[in-house]
Design a binder for this molecule. Structure first.
Ligand SMILES: [Fe+2]
Ligand SMILES: [Fe+2]
Length: 270
């Protein structure tokens, strides 16, 4: 198959996030030659969760695989999608084996697989199991099912250190199998995209698809009332300067290595 160009977009936040995702995918495919699109959709439902309708909306807009994070179970109707082997969607892998949903998924019809693990550092809202042990067991499972697979690991976590550590861990334990380790959850894109040892693509956080004039996609004034005045009010999603950020990966799926990784940011006019 040779080199495949893949875009991985950060967390979709609410209606503006879903709208800018659609616009960004057009750009990524038309201008940047992107062939496959992966997106974390954990905040699609007004900032928390993903409904089946929103899942299908994102698929129709061009998502070839959809991942989730700590908000994976906020909308329980999504479980039927996550359980369906035909739907390219997965929950975080390092949860109970009895939790609904798949631990990994293939991306479109390609030999690329994606798995998401939750981090543990500074994690007070996402009870989860050891992400490193989990990567070992999930990648072994992927290899058994798809010996041709190149694996992308998404680390949905607060701490930059834990995400960078996971990238090095995957290079040392699974080099030649895991081709990229990218982070999500902070909604803030980082400027550290690079190749480790020239073959594993790494980036600490993809950022988000959502309003840039905001606090992580939520209304500035509402967040300030909560943080400055300690008022217990809802921090609504806002619709100001919707922007999509993430990375573009070039993966050699024959050699099972990354060729390049670059950040992108798309702010459509209007
Ligand atoms: Fe998250
Ligand atoms: Fe998020």
């Amino acid at each position: 198959m040779g080199v495949t160009t893949i875009a991985f977009l950060g967390d979709v936040v609410g209606t503006p996030g879903r709208r800018v995702f659609r616009r960004a995918v057009q750009d990524l495919r038309d201008v940047h030659g992107v062939e496959l699109v992966i997106v974390n959709a954990e905040n699609s439902k007004n900032g928390s969760g993903l409904t089946p309708d929103q899942y299908h909306e994102l698929r129709e807009a061009g998502a070839d695989a959809i991942t989730l994070g700590d908000h994976w179970a906020k909308e329980s109707k999504i479980f039927q999608v996550l359980d369906d082997p035909k739907e390219p969607a997965c929950r975080p892998a390092n949860l109970s084996s009895r939790a609904p949903g798949k631990r990994w998924t293939m991306v479109g019809n390609s030999p690329v697989a994606v798995v998401t693990v939750l981090g543990r550092l500074y994690n007070i809202t996402m009870p989860s199991n050891d992400p490193f042990e989990c990567v070992d067991s999930v990648v072994a499972e992927i290899v058994a099912a798809r010996p041709d697979a190149s694996v992308i690991v998404e680390v949905h976590a607060e701490a930059t250190s834990e995400k960078i550590a996971m990238a090095w861990y995957c290079l040392k334990q699974w080099g030649g199998r895991v081709v990229a380790v990218v982070g999500s959850h902070t909604h803030v894109q980082t400027a550290d995209a690079r190749l480790l040892d020239g073959r594993l693509a790494a980036m600490t956080d993809l950022g988000m698809c959502g309003s840039r004039r905001s606090v992580l996609g939520r209304d500035v004034d509402k967040v300030l009332q909560v943080m400055v005045q300690q008022r217990p009010i809802a921090m609504d999603v806002c619709d100001m300067e919707a922007t999509a950020t993430g990375c573009i990966l070039k993966i050699d799926t024959d050699a099972r290595r990354a060729v390049s990784i670059a950040p992108f940011s798309v702010t459509p006019p209007g």
